[in-house]
Design a protein. Structure first.
Lengths: 220, 659
């Protein structure tokens, strides 16, 4: 394998990871969605590059799906929801930027420590790719739990899905059906969350989950 | 049996359902018992295995019949056959037979399945099925006040026991994941996991068998069921638990360690003494019998414990002695406990009373029941020439061999266990003198007891047959012991009579018993001759010289039957000596001052130390924990996500560190 293949695949994977960090500390909703769109685009590029170096045409389909759905359709839809609900200016993270970054870095360290010894008998590219993907998944989870806003949580969830897809495209011979399913899962999640938001908004006039807790009957 | 269970369910459409069910069960179980008896009598020691293509895909339902299973199958099916015969007549007085009929065959089928299981899955499934069906049988009397609590306690204890067994088999199978017994036997066990497994099976099977302090459910649950079912639960289900103990400790774990056996023997000794003390203080016939079961399980556990110690110390001949005593007692206890529970059922049918203090004088009303019950009581009190004595005699022979062991703890411990065993035997005799005396002698203490009539011949047959067997086994014990020999060869490696016992079928004289020997037949003949002689002498020299005079009333002038010696009076001395501290009995006499019209009162309180010291603290801790954990149900979405996240990270860190 020419080293340029490895380098570019590594670069794109690292880009996805870097954008995960950006998602992690982004305080404003519009910027958050933009970051997510860029991350999805980077994922699409990574998938396309993998398709090229593995000579697997179905990965191009994955790339197009990621690019179309996650980088365009979902961000636009979320953008419209934000405008419609008029919540553009609200966002807050539960933790400060510094602690979040430290937590993120330690998660990345953990996943590298974890993946590299386990996968000692596969190619360097797959190893790196798996480590990056696991980091993205963990960072997506961290994004979900540090957000109080429901949209922030949805974005965290989809960023987690991005990590899964990154892992899937990095492994040779993964059948197309899996990626399709992942894409559809995200789609379904998006629809459900959308409906959910409108209902919450209609009922309670807010999307802040913190305010929702008091409506569950066990007020505290 | 399944068919019969369905017949029981179809009771509404089948007018004679209970006769079909009980009659069918009697025939099926009788046939099974006979088949096993023939197999044992022929001395066939082969092992038959069978793999049914049901159950888990990678592990068929393995069944296996060896000598150990066969002896227990004999005990189970014999008692089940008798219980079915008894129930055939007894259940006629049951106003809601639909609660018992469908479950009764299933219960017996489950016990049989436990005995032939050859892998952990079949064993546990059958075990749990046995627990559930017996639980349903306990619940069949749910209208009585005490039953719901009894059923609840039983359910909790049964789940606990099964959980322990589950973990035990997990430890035994280890990392290979082979849950067939053949696989477990084949792989070597390391000391730690085998010890943990041994302790777990002690907890799991011990809670089912009723070893102190896990006995608390037994005296609640066993009496709650109908009498013939009580007989099965007490006489047989506890034996199935003993079978579980033997199967794991002697068969599956490989070479045992001596301290497992000493724990078992000590627990057994404590169980025997505590059980019989409880039995002495009960005023309910069936509760008394249930506590007496606890005592007998203790005796069996002593035998097993001794056998285990001797096996671990490499003296198989002595281990065979303890094992034979335990196995013989298993058979014996299923016989005489059947007699006694059937008697209690007969008494309940005839008088409608279960309280000792409301019975009395039944020997005149129910002479045949009284005779059979006398045989049962004498047998359970270990009086020669009956079967109870043979087992305890061998047990004492095993105890007396204790000084041969190397460990000084065992030398001293065996003496203590022997003393406790002797104490419990004596107390058991006192207990059954009290039982028999209060129930059958004296004058009736209630209108029900006064109007009692002898029960029908079917019930009498069910009581009489085990009484007859008690005498047969007692007089000719060697015949039965020869049937147990294959078990000894299987589990301890050497038969009792292999080392050149002498004396043939009349004298029981194992070489390991220091040249001591016992002959039930000689004892029987001696007692008969002495009795006839005594009767003759009395008639010849006393009766013929009758003087007519005013009868001495023994100071007995009060015509009210309540003025008689009562059950509480009988147990009072023993209660004061033994139970004052252990059970914290409090006697309070409330004597009205002269001139007052209120009646004098005597109240007696006693507490079960197992509840105070073990179960109440445990319940409190569980309650405390669940209150704290309850908060977990009311967290926010983010908290749940965080919990998952931190759990995931913690697991990943564990993986990373362990690499």
């Amino acid at each position: 394998m020419p080293s340029i293949h490895y380098d570019i695949a590594h670069l794109l994977g690292a880009l996805v990871l870097l954008l995960s960090f950006a998602l992690l500390y982004q305080r404003r909703l519009f910027a958050l969605i933009k970051m997510f769109a860029i991350q999805s685009a980077a994922l699409g590029a990574a998938a396309a590059w993998q398709g090229y170096i593995q000579d697997a045409p179905h990965l191009y389909v994955t790339a197009v799906l990621a690019l179309g759905m996650k980088a365009v359709v979902i961000p636009v839809a979320l953008h419209r929801i934000i405008v419609k609900l008029n919540i553009a200016r609200t966002i807050d993270t539960a933790l400060g930027v510094g602690p979040t970054m430290i937590a993120g870095v330690s998660l990345v360290t953990l996943s590298i420590l974890l993946v590299l010894p386990v996968t000692s008998d596969v190619t360097a590219l797959t190893r790196e790719d798996l480590a990056l993907a696991l980091s993205v998944v963990l960072l997506g989870l961290l994004t979900m739990i540090t957000r109080r806003n429901a949209i922030g949580q949805v974005v965290g969830f989809m960023s987690l899905e991005n990590g899964l897809i990154l892992a899937a495209v990095g492994v040779q011979g993964m059948p197309l059906i899996v990626e399709m399913l992942v894409a559809f899962a995200v789609m379904v999640a998006f629809i459900i969350f959308g409906i959910f938001f409108f209902h919450i908004r209609e009922r309670f006039d807010t999307l802040d989950l913190h305010d929702l807790d008091s409506f569950r009957g066990e007020s505290r | 049996m399944l068919l019969l269970a369905f017949a029981g369910m179809a009771r509404q459409w089948l007018p004679r359902a209970h006769e079909v069910v009980h009659g069918g069960m009697a025939i099926v179980c009788g046939g099974a018992a006979l088949a096993v008896l023939v197999r044992l009598a022929m001395g066939e020691t082969g092992i038959d295995t069978l793999a049914l293509p049901v159950g888990l895909p990678w592990l068929h339902a393995n069944l296996r019949l060896d000598a150990l299973s066969a002896v227990f199958l004999l005990a189970v099916n014999l008692a089940a056959c008798l219980a079915a015969v008894f129930g055939w007549s007894y259940a006629r007085h049951d106003d809601e037979p639909g609660r018992v009929l469908p479950v009764f065959p299933l219960f017996i089928a489950a016990m049989n399945l436990v005995l032939v299981a050859d892998d952990a899955f079949v064993f546990l499934a059958a075990w749990e099925f046995m627990s559930l069906t017996s639980w349903l049988l306990v619940l069949s009397t749910h209208r009585e006040d005490e039953t719901p609590r009894a059923a609840h306690v039983y359910f909790v204890m049964a789940s606990f026991g099964t959980a322990c067994l589950l973990l035990c088999f997990g430890m035994l199978a280890g990392t290979t994941g082979d849950y067939s017994f053949a696989g477990i036997r084949a792989q070597p066990q390391d000391v730690v996991s085998a010890s943990i497994a041994a302790l777990l099976v002690l907890l799991g099977a011990g809670s089912k068998a009723g070893l102190v302090p896990l006995h608390v459910w037994l005296p609640l649950a066993h009496p709650a069921a109908p009498s013939h079912v009580s007989a099965l639960m007490s006489g047989v289900m506890t034996k199935v638990a003993i079978y579980g103990l033997i199967r794991v400790l002697f068969d599956l774990v490989g070479q045992p360690l001596w301290w497992w056996g000493s724990i078992l023997a000590v627990i057994g000794a404590v169980t025997a003494v505590v059980g019989v003390l409880y039995a002495l203080m009960q005023d309910d016939v069936k509760k008394l019998l249930a506590y007496s079961t606890v005592e007998n399980i203790g005796v069996i556990a002593i035998g097993l414990g001794l056998a285990l110690v001797f096996k671990a110390s490499g003296v198989p001949a002595l281990a065979a002695l303890g094992m034979t005593a335990a196995m013989l007692h298993v058979l014996n206890h299923s016989l005489f406990k059947s007699i006694l529970f059937f008697t209690s059922g007969a008494i309940l049918t005839a008088t409608g009373e279960r309280k000792l203090d409301r019975l009395g004088g039944l020997i005149h009303k129910m002479p045949k029941t009284a005779l059979f019950c006398l045989i049962g009581s004498a047998a359970i009190s270990a009086l020669p020439p009956l079967n109870g004595f043979v087992a305890e005699w061998m047990l004492f022979q095993a105890v007396l061999n204790g000084p041969l062991l190397e460990q000084w703890e065992l030398k001293i411990g065996f003496a203590v266990i022997g003393a406790l065993l002797a104490l419990s035997a004596a107390l058991a005799a006192a207990c059954f003198v009290r039982f028999y005396g209060i129930v059958f002698l004296g004058r009736p203490r209630s209108p029900g007891a006064e109007k009692a009539r002898e029960v029908d011949p079917v019930m009498l047959t069910a009581i009489g047959v085990p009484a007859f067997l008690c005498i047969v086994v007692g007089v000719l014990p060697t015949l039965v012991i020869q049937m147990i020999e294959p078990v000894n060869r299987l589990v301890v490696g050497e038969g009792l009579l292999d080392a050149g016992g002498h004396g043939g079928w009349v004298w029981l004289a194992p070489a390991s018993a220091f040249g001591n020997s016992y002959s039930g037949l000689m004892m029987f003949l001696t007692i008969m001759i002495l009795t006839i002689l005594a009767v003759f002498m009395i008639h010849r020299y006393a009766s013929n010289r009758v003087r007519r005079s005013i009868a001495w009333g023994c100071g007995f002038t009060d015509p009210a039957p309540l003025g008689q010696y009562s059950a509480d009076s009988f147990s009072q001395p023993l209660r004061r000596v033994f139970a004052g501290h252990l059970f914290r009995t409090r006697e309070r006499v409330d004597m009205p001052a002269p001139g007052e019209t209120r009646p004098a009162r005597f109240t007696l309180e006693s507490r079960d130390p197992a509840w105070d010291w073990l179960f109440t603290p445990i319940t409190r801790v569980v309650g405390w924990i669940s209150e704290r954990v309850d908060a977990l149900q009311f967290l926010t979405i983010r908290s749940y996500l965080s919990l998952m996240f931190f759990a995931l990270v913690a697991l990943l860190v564990m993986v990373a560190v362990s690499q």
